[in-house]
Design a protein around this ligand. Structure first.
Ligand SMILES: [Zn+2]
Length: 325
């Protein structure tokens, strides 16, 4: 369970877990296609108590038509991360929540018409952080711990991958070396270098209160220097605004600076997983006999745990033979 990065589409050896009566196997099974197949992992339906709360992602432009923006209040994402990853400490949860925020902000640029995945692999306290956002409003993520004594969660050297995919056409993959700074710096660097967009990204997550959110601001190419200067002033001034006050509407008004803004779209997203016993069995059934033997090294059940939501699936070798869902 402690060694979950460097994911492979092959089973790891079953291990004893103190709270499980049978061997626990932490296994990533690939659900993605294309460049990330084999790296990518899919995990189950979140069986959380109560329905997850929606996160509202606002896409708007200022009425002077000089600035586009996206904003979200992501406190429910923090809740989803905490419930789905009880083994992670608050700092790790904040790192993952921030990547989820960045992913939702990027996805709002296409009005959630695509699936968008962000992956950071680095040398910090996080070895890998993944966020996966879908057009239906499903968003989920994984964090693999790295170097505990590192100064930051996200630290170069490393790589940022951004994959945008839709049902038609080839996925677009951006691949960039990590730069100095946290997730907001990585996201700005991606927008500038892969999308040729000058943008400012601000992300926050309070470990104590779980107040989290993000703001993406894109001045349009013909934005006059005076307006740009006022925008920078507004962004700097955001520091004094408490997190609880930073609703999407407040942020839009803050950036519009009295001139008003027009809403383009509001999208609700939820921290939810997409795994199921059926997809797990389907994947495991595709394993070679050797891989299956490796997985079911002891008689009885093997428990496969979803990295995204923590759901545990007890699986017997017979289940694979039956193809039983
Ligand atoms: Zn799951």
């Amino acid at each position: 369970m402690e060694d979950r990065a460097g994911a492979r589409p092959s089973p790891s050896s079953p291990r004893r877990s103190p709270d499980a009566p049978f061997p626990v196997c932490v296994l990533r099974w690939p659900c993605g296609r294309g460049p990330w197949a084999g790296w990518w992992a899919s995990r189950g339906l979140a069986r959380m108590t109560g329905a997850p709360q929606p996160v509202r992602v606002l896409r708007a432009h200022t009425r002077d038509a000089q600035i586009r923006l996206s904003a979200l209040d992501a406190s429910p994402l923090w809740d989803g991360v905490r419930r789905s990853h009880p083994h992670l400490d608050p700092g790790a949860c904040a790192c993952l929540t921030e990547l989820l925020c960045a992913t939702a902000l990027l996805q709002s640029r296409s009005l959630f018409s695509e699936r968008l995945q962000m992956l950071i692999k680095g040398a910090g306290k996080a070895r890998a952080v993944v966020a996966d956002s879908w057009p239906d409003g499903t968003i989920r993520g994984v964090l693999d711990s790295g170097v505990p004594e590192a100064a930051e969660w996200v630290l170069a050297p490393g790589v940022l991958k951004v994959m945008r995919s839709n049902p038609t056409g080839q996925p677009y993959v951006g691949n960039l070396p990590l730069v100095e700074g946290g997730i907001q710096a990585q996201t700005e660097h991606y927008l500038q270098n892969s999308e040729q967009v000058q943008a400012s990204v601000t992300l926050w997550c309070d470990l104590g209160t779980g107040e989290a959110g993000g703001l993406l601001v894109e001045p349009l190419p013909d934005c006059p220097p005076a307006r740009l200067a006022r925008l920078i002033q507004a962004l700097d001034g955001l520091e004094v605004v408490p997190f609880w006050e930073r609703t999407p509407e407040f942020l839009a008004a803050w950036i519009a600076q009295g001139q008003g803004s027009d809403e383009v779209a509001v999208t609700e997203v939820f921290y939810r997983c997409r795994c199921s016993r059926a997809t797990l069995l389907d994947t495991l059934s595709g394993f070679s006999e050797e891989q299956k033997a490796d997985l079911f090294v002891e008689p009885g059940l093997v428990e496969v745990r979803c990295d995204y939501c923590g759901q545990r699936y007890p699986i017997a070798l017979e289940d694979l033979r039956k193809g039983d869902a």
